[in-house]
Write a protein that binds this ligand. Sequence first.
Ligand code: ZN
Length: 339
Amino acid sequence: MTMNFGMSAIDISIDSKLNNFRKSGWIEFRIFEDIELNAFAYREDNYQYLEMNFGTLYLIRDSFFTLFSTKEFLPEIGNSTEEITPIELFKENFETNSKTAKYFKYLPKCEIRQKCADLMSTLAIQFIYSHELKHLASCHNDYSQDKYGIKRFFEFKPTPGELAEAFDSRAMEIEADEGAMMFTLMYVKGMVNMGKYSSFEPYNPYLIWIYTMEILFKLMNPNESYFDDELDSHPNSFIRTFSIYELSILEAIEHKLIKDEKEAVSIFEESMKLQTSIFQKIGFLPFDKSTFEDNKTKMYSYRKRVVELNETELPPYIKLRKEFVEEEYQKLIKLRDAT
Ligand SMILES: [Zn+2]
């Protein structure tokens, strides 16, 4: 169903980047029988769990397959003229699936487009997976459990009870997104190295990455407000996508996916055009918008809090986590040597 969660598809040529995830130790991956789109990072005793509803996996895959089955979506890939699904059906299909889980009614006819639908859904799911992984690796759960009594990080959850808790939560979401950005760009580079992204030609792999992220956030919140409420657990999608895009530029240059910042800006603009035109046709539009400056100011305040947390409150938890992981590792070595 999902593929390439293993390290073989990840570009490990920049080893230091992987350290962001290594210190999390052993993590159990659970899939829940629930059609609602949601994912969780959870800790019980000293053990960590990365959890997803199967509805998340299926709805995302179904959405990319349906998009590729229309001739309007990334028309330069494969033979888009063969595709017959009217784009106007997307919204109804998405809403039906969210409630009834009747997936894969519309599939692309062109084989190259089928393959690209598969690759883009895998990339989107990788983002969610590594976002949860980053919550665990950075000990967001340990900190929130201690300070606010929160055990589970929901991607969609009830409003936090107090302002400080909500603000910390939004900051940690920005950090988890940053980790997921790094992880998915390593993944894209790994796939490019293996020649798996040639089906997307003539589109640049970095454009495909940005576009996948924009679609993912749109699927998670089709008509959300671009205002940030002081009691929200997550920043709005505008802030989140802008933040990962801005932080991705240097990463993408380092991975040689793009030459420079100028190329990043032109690819971002191209992606925005593609996104706006598709979602206008579909009818997934934000119901209101805050100003760009206001959202940017909020984004920087969350990033500032991330730096603060990493300088002050998170390190003791990360130290304890490392000690626990080391202890567990030594236990495993003993077990191995005893057999
Ligand atoms: Zn999160």
